[in-house]
Design a protein around this ligand. Structure first.
Ligand code: SF4
Ligand code: SF4
Length: 270
């Protein structure tokens, strides 16, 4: 019963679900405004970099993703190390902008390094990327892309986003992608975690067991660079130290749209 004492009919609920789901699938509205996606060095017109600003930024970044150099005055941002805590944007909103765009994946690790770049809005929705992917998969992988997920020591945050790919909202199976239980059946490896030293050998074996042609995607700040763990006695500092990587998807964790965008970049390599 509602506040007005009116009965809710089953047909009402079904129509609400349809409206909500259609809206989610057809637009980018499903990404909340406060989601921290693309981060860039995008100075306002009147912004002037000085040593105080540069050093403050270096100090507040928990993963050393920001480096300041002087002279000449320059600041760089390694997106692969960023865990999207938002400290830097709060400290210097005139220079650092974090948008809710999810097109953050790059094909080369050095492309994750930002030095005063312009942010170009990415106009495609999840549905459009998914359909583009479906066409590519039809052409290159005979209508089906088999994905094996490998947890190389992650906190499981990245896994939660990866498993969301199979829920009724994102539902990647309709685009021809599915998860498999063995690297022997896989075309693509999605790897998370820094990787821990205990997982180093297992990751190598999984890579070698995957038949050619194969693709490897580093998912999350940890897999891209070691992330919050960095490189230490127990971790290797990024999976590209162990296996060749085709695409790096930054984020802590990256959301499903960022994952599917990264998979699309990886398929461009085939
Ligand atoms: S948002 Fe990224 S770059 Fe900025 S302070 Fe946090 S970890 Fe560092
Ligand atoms: S990138 Fe973040 S969410 Fe993903 S495994 Fe590392 S700490 Fe966890």
């Amino acid at each position: 019963m509602t506040e007005n004492n009116q009965k809710i009919k089953k047909s009402d609920i079904l129509s609400w679900n349809k409206v909500t789901l259609d809206k989610i699938l057809q637009s980018n509205d499903m990404i909340p405004g406060n989601f921290r996606g693309k981060i860039s060095l995008d100075p306002d017109k009147d912004f002037v970099l000085n040593s105080q600003i540069g050093q403050n930024l270096e100090n507040i970044c928990p993963t050393n993703a920001i480096s300041y150099k002087n002279p000449p005055e320059s600041i760089s941002l390694d997106v692969g190390k960023c865990i999207f805590c938002g400290n830097c944007q709060q400290e210097t909103p005139q220079l650092i902008k974090i948008s809710n765009n999810f097109d953050v994946a790059k094909k080369r690790k050095n492309h994750l390094l930002e030095v005063f770049s312009e942010s170009v809005p990415f106009g495609k929705t999840y549905e459009e990327i998914g359909n583009e992917l479906k066409n590519k998969i039809n052409k290159t992988f005979g209508r089906s892309l088999a994905i094996r997920e490998i947890d190389a020591g992650s906190c499981n945050g990245c896994e939660i986003e990866i498993s969301a790919l199979t829920n009724p909202i994102y539902d990647i199976e309709r685009f021809g992608m599915h998860f498999v239980a063995s690297p022997r059946h896989a075309d693509l490896l999605l790897v998370t975690g820094p990787a821990s030293k205990n997982m180093e050998k297992a990751l190598k074996i999984a890579y070698e067991s995957t038949p050619e042609p194969k693709l490897v995607i580093a998912v999350g700040a940890c897999a891209c660079s070691g992330g919050i763990f960095g490189k230490n006695y127990a971790t290797t500092g990024g999976i590209d130290r162990i296996v060749p990587v085709d695409v790096f998807i930054p984020g802590c964790p990256p959301r499903p749209q960022a994952l599917i965008y990264g998979i699309m970049l990886a398929l461009d390599k085939m």
